[in-house]
Structures are given as structure tokens and as C-alpha cells.
Design a protein around this ligand. Structure first.
Ligand SMILES: *[C@@H]1O[C@H](CO)[C@@H](O)[C@H](O)[C@H]1NC(C)=O
Ligand SMILES: *[C@@H]1O[C@H](CO)[C@@H](O)[C@H](O)[C@H]1NC(C)=O
Ligand SMILES: *[C@@H]1O[C@H](CO)[C@@H](O)[C@H](O)[C@H]1NC(C)=O
Ligand SMILES: *[C@@H]1O[C@H](CO)[C@@H](O)[C@H](O)[C@H]1NC(C)=O
Ligand SMILES: *[C@@H]1O[C@H](CO)[C@@H](O)[C@H](O)[C@H]1NC(C)=O
Ligand SMILES: *[C@@H]1O[C@H](CO)[C@@H](O)[C@H](O)[C@H]1NC(C)=O
Ligand SMILES: *[C@@H]1O[C@H](CO)[C@@H](O)[C@H](O)[C@H]1NC(C)=O
Ligand SMILES: *[C@@H]1O[C@H](CO)[C@@H](O)[C@H](O)[C@H]1NC(C)=O
Ligand SMILES: *[C@@H]1O[C@H](CO)[C@@H](O)[C@H](O)[C@H]1NC(C)=O
Ligand SMILES: *[C@@H]1O[C@H](CO)[C@@H](O)[C@H](O)[C@H]1NC(C)=O
Length: 456
């Protein structure tokens, strides 16, 4: 964690402008910077943490949306605590949270209208039927930026977690941020805390950059996944710090028969320089909802601390779809239950009309250059009977065992693959090959080469 850099966008922009010619500076600042700028207080909002500002946010977005077509628009949230119900974003739009700005989600369920389930899920994930709104949402948008000086979006999820545990919820909890059918998204230098359920959920999106984001939730809060790219392509997640009660990242693509029918994979995804703390879940999960397919995920230079497993495949009979061409390298893992974990019997089917003959294809998963310490078990590798997980390659791995480590370090069933230079010695199903596992040489181009630096 000592390696995290502190983003100071304002200071950097000022320094750049001071050093550059005025013309060059104006040119550089144009990209992504918005012509029309308003503060949430312009719409009557009060930042006392008590006044409900739902109408102000709706009015602000509607007003700026009308102007955003001509030069873009930014909504600035100044320091203060801004309580609101859910609100939607618009295109060519920046939501800018100043230092000390905190948007608080209302804890009154009446402020969270019901919305339709996602077509690739067929129902809400906690409960059948419709679901509660997401806190911040957008559909069919382009060019959206959520940034600022590390302001906070706080889901105040405790009331939802309590009701979820008490089985008092009739509908599925909302996510903290959900964008549907949208492209050219940047989420950078903001903090998300205490989501009612998943935190960031880009779904049916392309060209998404998530950079320098902090996500915090209690490690026993239910389903508080950090970032879930779902049926989305060209997604880059970098330099993020996530502490959560569920997977730090979960790449998904729809649920059983609904996901198979919707048929939209998650692909071309980069996850790098992530720090994850998730004692009961994975640093990166592939699935469990993977029925539209997951391919070309590249994870590198990631750190996990007190996390259950590293890059985990979760699937099962009835899910169909595929998980393939997954590349993982340079992991640094500290206190892990399982360094490698693949699951072939992940249940949780949406309903009993899922197809028991829909078998997932899991193949082509390469891991290299992994260092792990205080490990309970190196590999728990479970494919599916008559549908083995194949093409697994693991090279250059050192797993140093915990004092209470399991005697059996690798347990492999319905798995086929190769290994080289792996300690402790792998199971016979992962035979010694003596060759490093490949990682694609060409970098994926996702989002802008440099993030726009704009201050408002
Ligand atoms: C942003 O704020 C969060 C929450 O206060 C803090 O944990 C994190 O370190 C901050 N990030 C930076 C880069 O300052
Ligand atoms: C976030 O901070 C980093 C580091 O200061 C900076 O390079 C980047 O441009 C910032 N992101 C945005 C969208 O301003
Ligand atoms: C947000 O937009 C969706 C449609 O995309 C709509 O169903 C929902 O009611 C809107 N929510 C708010 C709070 O305006
Ligand atoms: C959003 O885009 C999807 C996919 O193109 C389309 O089916 C849907 O009708 C659009 N929704 C709106 C509100 O335009
Ligand atoms: C499916 O589940 C519903 C509700 O649990 C039950 O009423 C129905 O009998 C089930 N159908 C089949 C074919 O098992
Ligand atoms: C093996 O992985 C370690 C990181 O765990 C790395 O430092 C080392 O350079 C790698 N060795 C080779 C031969 O690539
Ligand atoms: C090793 O892991 C155990 C939990 O399995 C934990 O209690 C202990 O503090 C860890 N030791 C170190 C040195 O991190
Ligand atoms: C090994 O894995 C199989 C399949 O999941 C399981 O049935 C078995 O109990 C495991 N063996 C040990 C010793 O954990
Ligand atoms: C993984 O690496 C091995 C060894 O270099 C290579 O044969 C295999 O094709 C790689 N897998 C993928 C999905 O590229
Ligand atoms: C992806 O984002 C970059 C930078 O915002 C842009 O130049 C590029 O055209 C986008 N690609 C697509 C397919 O929208």
C-alpha cells in the first residue's frame, strides 16, 4: 500500500499550465473539459447532510443535459454532505466531486423507485421481479466522467444490509453506480463507500476507464463487490484500492438462460495495479454470472492482502457461455486461503427453468509470476464432470505456506493443464511442461491515452 500515489489533479494542472505556453495549455485542457459549469447549490441544494436534495440533482442534470450537447457540461458538488435519492446522469457530462464533497444516499426506501430487471438477468439478483433503483445511473449515454478531488459517494448501505440479513427485502438492492448501454466513460479520483450491494456496475458498455478509485465497504457486508464489468468490452481498471465484503472485481455476463439468450460477452478487459482486501472473496472473480461469455481478460501487477483467493473462475452446470483467453501475471499475495481456485459447481441459478444441459466452456487460462505468502492451500481446482476446465497454464509461482497450511496443497478434479516452476509441487493433472505461460504482447488500447485533467 506504500506504493499508492496521491492524485492531486488541481496541483498538476496548475503546474502544467504555469510551465506551458498559454495556447498549448488551452489546447491540452480542451479534451474532456466542459464548457457549461454549474454547482449543485445553483439548483437549491443544501449540504447539511439532512436536507433531501433529490429534486436539485434531477433539476441540475435536466438543465445541464439541455446545454451539454454544445461543449459539454459539468455539475460541481462542493464540500459538504449532500443527501439525495437516486439520480440519473446524462451525456457529455462530468460529475465533479470537490475535496470534502460527499453525496449521501437516502436511507428511506420510498426514495428508491422500482425499475425493470436487466434483460441478461431476467430478474433481480436478490429477489425475483423488479429491483430497487441504482443510486447513480445512466442509460444509452456517451462521454460521461465522474471525477474530482477524491470526493465521496456514500451509499449508506447499513440499512439495506440489515434488512437483507433479516430477509425483510421484497426486492433486489440497488447498486451504487450502474451505467447501461453507454460508451466513453471515465471514473477517476473518487471514493465509493458502503454500497447497498455491488459498487460500480458498467453493463452493456464499451470504452470504460476506471482509474485511481477507492472503494470501501465492511469486509462482512453482503454482496458489496467492488467493480463488476458486465457484458461490457474495452474496460480498463487501474490504480484502484478496494476493501470489500465480496469480490474486489467480478467480471460477469448475465445469468444462466437469460445471459445465454442475451448473448453479450465481457471482453478486452485490463485490470492492473489493483490493491484488494477481501477476506471472504476473490481479488478477481470470473463469474459466477458468465452465461454470455468472458474472454480476453488481462490482469497484471495486482496485490491482494488477507483475501480468500486471487483470480477465481466460478461457473457450473446450467450456466452455458465460456471463460477463455484469460491472462494473469505478476501477483503479490499476502495471507490467502487459496492462491488458485476454480469452481465447477457454483449454484445460485435464477430459477428452475435454467437449462441443465447448458455447459460452460472454460479453457485457456494462463497465470505467471505469482508470489504468495501465508497460504493455506495452493490450488483448489474443480472443473465439471464430463466438462473439464482445460488449457490451464501456471508458471513461476512461489507459494509460501502458513503455519496451519493444509497437508494436501493441490486438489484437482476435472482439470487439465500444464505448469512450470511451481512450488509447492502441483497435482498430476497439471503436468510439468517447463515453459513460461504466455501473456499477450500487444497492449489493449482502451479510453484516452491520458486522462483529461480539468478542474472546476
Ligand atoms: C481518497 O479518500 C479515501 C477515503 O477517505 C482514502 O482512503 C484514500 O486514501 C484517498 N485517496 C487518495 C489518493 O488520497
Ligand atoms: C486523477 O489523478 C491523476 C493523478 O493526479 C491524474 O493524472 C488524472 O488526470 C486524474 N483524473 C482526472 C479524470 O482528472
Ligand atoms: C433513470 O432513468 C431510467 C431510464 O433509463 C428510469 O427508468 C429511471 O426512472 C430514472 N431514474 C431517475 C431517478 O430519474
Ligand atoms: C438503449 O439502447 C438499447 C440497445 O441499443 C435499446 O434497446 C434501448 O431501447 C435504448 N434505450 C433507450 C431509453 O433509448
Ligand atoms: C419451479 O419452481 C416453482 C417455484 O419454486 C415451483 O412451483 C415449480 O413447481 C417448479 N417447476 C419445476 C418444473 O420444477
Ligand atoms: C518469477 O516471478 C517473480 C515474481 O513473483 C519475479 O520477480 C521473477 O522475475 C520471475 N522469474 C522469471 C524467470 O520470470
Ligand atoms: C497468516 O494468516 C493467518 C490467517 O490464516 C493470520 O491469522 C496471520 O496473522 C497471518 N500471518 C501473517 C504473518 O500475516
Ligand atoms: C478434493 O476435491 C474434491 C472435489 O471438490 C472433493 O470432493 C474432495 O473432498 C477434496 N479432497 C480434499 C482432501 O479436500
Ligand atoms: C498460455 O501459455 C502457453 C505457454 O506459452 C501457450 O501455449 C498457450 O497458448 C497460452 N494460452 C493462451 C490462451 O494464449
Ligand atoms: C475510446 O475512447 C477514446 C478516448 O476517449 C476515444 O478516442 C476512442 O474513439 C473511443 N473508442 C470508441 C470505440 O468509442
Amino acid at each position: 500500500m506504500a506504493t499508492r500515489r496521491i492524485p492531486r489533479p488541481a496541483a498538476v494542472a496548475v503546474a502544467l499550465c504555469a510551465a506551458a505556453l498559454l495556447a498549448a495549455c488551452a489546447g491540452a485542457s480542451r479534451a474532456g473539459c466542459r464548457k457549461h459549469v454549474a454547482k449543485i447549490t445553483d439548483y437549491g441544494a443544501v449540504g447539511d447532510g439532512k436536507t433531501l436534495n433529490t429534486a436539485a440533482f434531477a433539476k441540475a442534470v435536466a438543465d445541464l443535459s439541455a446545454r451539454a450537447r454544445r461543449g459539454g457540461a459539468a455539475l460541481v458538488v462542493p464540500p459538504g454532505k449532500w443527501l439525495t435519492g437516486p439520480f440519473n446522469l446524462t451525456s457529455h457530462f462530468t460529475l465533479y466531486l470537490d475535496e470534502g464533497a460527499e453525496i449521501l444516499a437516502s436511507q428511506d426506501m420510498k426514495d428508491w423507485p422500482l425499475i425493470a430487471p436487466l434483460p441478461s438477468y431476467g430478474r433481480g439478483r436478490d429477489e425475483p421481479g423488479p429491483r430497487y433503483s441504482n443510486f447513480i445511473a445512466g442509460s444509452n449515454l456517451t462521454d460521461v466522467i465522474i471525477t474530482g478531488k477524491n470526493g465521496t459517494i456514500n451509499g449508506q448501505g447499513q440499512v439495506w444490509w440489515d434488512k437483507y440479513h433479516a430477509k425483510e427485502l421484497q426486492f433486489t438492492r440497488g447498486y451504487l453506480l450502474e451505467l447501461l448501454y453507454s460508451d466513453n466513460i471515465i471514473i477517476s479520483n473518487v471514493t465509493f463507500v458502503d454500497s447497498p450491494s455491488w459498487n460500480l456496475h458498467p453493463t452493456y458498455c464499451t470504452n470504460v476507464t476506471i482509474s485511481g478509485v477507492t472503494i470501501l465497504a465492511p469486509v462482512h457486508s453482503p454482496n458489496t463487490d467492488g467493480i463488476d464489468p458486465d457484458s461490457s468490452s474495452h474496460v480498463k481498471i487501474e490504480d484502484c484500492y478496494i476493501v470489500s465484503g465480496d469480490d474486489c472485481i467480478a467480471v460477469k455476463s448475465g445469468w444462466d438462460q437469460y445471459g445465454i439468450k442475451f448473448n453479450m460477452p465481457s471482453q478486452h478487459i485490463v485490470i492492473r495495479r489493483l490493491t484488494c482486501i477481501s477476506p471472504t472473496s476473490a481479488m478477481i472473480a470470473l463469474g459466477s454470472e458468465m452465461s454470455g461469455g468472458i474472454r480476453d481478460v488481462r490482469a497484471e501487477d495486482n496485490v491482494a492482502i488477507s483475501t480468500e483467493s486471487a483470480v477465481r473462475v466460478k461457473s457450473g452446470v446450467g450456466r452455458g457461455g465460456f471463460v477463455k483467453d484469460i491472462f494473469v501475471r505478476r501477483l503479490s499475495l499476502h495471507t490467502m486461503k487459496w492462491v488458485f481456485w476454480m469452481t465447477g459447481n457454483y449454484g445460485q441459478h435464477p430459477d428452475n427453468s435454467s437449462d441443465p444441459n447448458a455447459m460452460p466452456e472454460v479453457t485457456g487460462i494462463n497465470y505467471s509470476d505469482v508470489f504468495a505468502e501465508n497460504v493455506t492451500m495452493a490450488g483448489r481446482m474443480e472443473g465439471i464432470p464430463n466438462d473439464p476446465y482445460t488449457g490451464i497454464c501456471i508458471s513461476n509461482v512461489t507459494a509460501q505456506l502458513a503455519p496451519d497450511a493444509k497437508e494436501l496443497q493441490w486438489n484437482c478434479t476435472n482439470i487439465k493443464g500444464v505448469t512450470s516452476a511451481v512450488t509447492p509441487k502441483p497435482c498430476p493433472e497439471l503436468g510439468a511442461e517447463g515453459k513460461p505461460c504466455a501473456f499477450p504482447e500487444e497492449e489493449l488500447i482502451i479510453g484516452p491515452h491520458k486522462l483529461p485533467k480539468c478542474t472546476y
